[in-house]
Design a protein around this ligand. Sequence first.
Ligand code: IPD
Length: 352
Amino acid sequence: MSFTNESEASISSISPVFTRASTTESPLTSPDGSNFDVKDIDSALVDCLVREYDLESICSILIQIAYRAGDMIVAADPSVDDSDTKNNSSDRVTVTDKAVEAMIYESLKAAFPSFDFLGEETFKEGQKLTDAPTFVVDPVDGTLNFIHGFPNVAISLALTIARQPVVGVIYNPFRRDLFTAVKGKGAHLTRFDGRKTALPIKKTPAPLTSLNDCLVAVEWGNQRHGPNWDLRTSVHKKLLSAKDGPDGDGGAMVHSIRSNGSAALDFCYVAAGWFDAFWEAGVWIWDVCAGCVILSEAGGMLASANPGDWSPDLEGRCYFAVRGAPSDGQRKIVEEVWGLMDGKSFTYPVRK
Ligand code: IPD
């Protein structure tokens, strides 16, 4: 399969679109003399790079690969599929995880030989995302669900350019829900019968006014001791607990919390507007990368699970996804959850 305009472009090879004012402290100016900040430059450079590629064709290829991976997952029998532990007894990898990743790797290598690959099962200590076009892959997100036969499992495929996720494909082969997004082209859900709906599902999402009215996704992770565990469980408890008052416990009294065992699908459910938010730390870039572009194309907001960080590092392992809504409401929800953390933060090593 060949692609037009498949180039080796990197940020450093792109001619500057904007010029700098005379000192580094001065504001940056565009050719028309208006000021803007460094984030504008980053996003302009990414836009330039992105234009070099036919992202919609790449998305179509990823969808075909996701369907093939889904057939492998559905055909596998988890009751006879050997699983190994990774860091502990709740951190598992099956023969299917490895076989699916191998198929995805070979397919992508054949189609895009010059692109990089970062996959959960072949990740090497110290591997970092670079500016080069990179496929970020989780072959089976929700491995524990797969092992137990709980049908909330997904293949998660993303393309990053200049370390920005620009294509995301997440497919649950049991429900045959396909979530897709291409930067600048919106996010969609295609159901088992081929019906394709733009995300979020509600065309005019309700404003977010209070955490009290929210359905919040959380996960439990597999690290079950120490300060990160204490912080995670204390926030879960406060999210659920009654508010201040005669019998209150100083909690947020959210409508409820949900824990579905796939961070990739949690992002999709927030993008769809089925969950109001997903607060999570400890997961890895392959769990969330495709979800990030699906979320942002659906009008969602991404902050960090840690207080004060509105621009989380894609590899930073701390994420807070909020559904599409007027932005002051999104920020309010984030600040309310951060306020439950007693000034504490997660500290996860960024390399395995
Ligand atoms: C897991 C899922 C889960 C999260 C775990 C991840 P995996 O991914 O995303 O939601 O809580 O921490 O490891 O291992 O099934 O690909």
